[in-house]
Unconditional design. Sequence first.
Length: 150
Amino acid sequence: MGCAIALAGLVVGFVVGTTASNLIADAWTYCYDVAWPAAYDMADSPRFFIFEGLGWLLLYSLCLPVGFWLARRLLRGRGTLLRLGASLLASSVLLTGVLATDLMLNISARDGMYQQARCPQGLPPWWPGWLPARRASNPCGSGPCLGAGR
């Protein structure tokens, strides 16, 4: 059963990590108003560098096994259905926390090259206001904002 949970963790981690990467890519292409390769170059974010990408994949992949392990340890001697439900709940909470952290750190368009009319403060319009995120720098810098009317 341990190997099956670890394998499922890898699959779930890959799927959720890919979904997070796609959300970040979509936000950058929307905020920069350019295609993905140019948005990737403009953002120059370490989020898509190989070692940081593998780090996020590892975090996503560990959520399922760690959630199962925690619930099984804490509910030892309880019913099987209760342990299974608690394991799924714990894994979901961990996975949601890692996904939210990834998005909060990486969703904003950086370096002030985003279109202010499209993404105020570098955040896409669909980003929930109650969820904090790293703010992008001012696209106008300290001088007059030449592209604000676009």
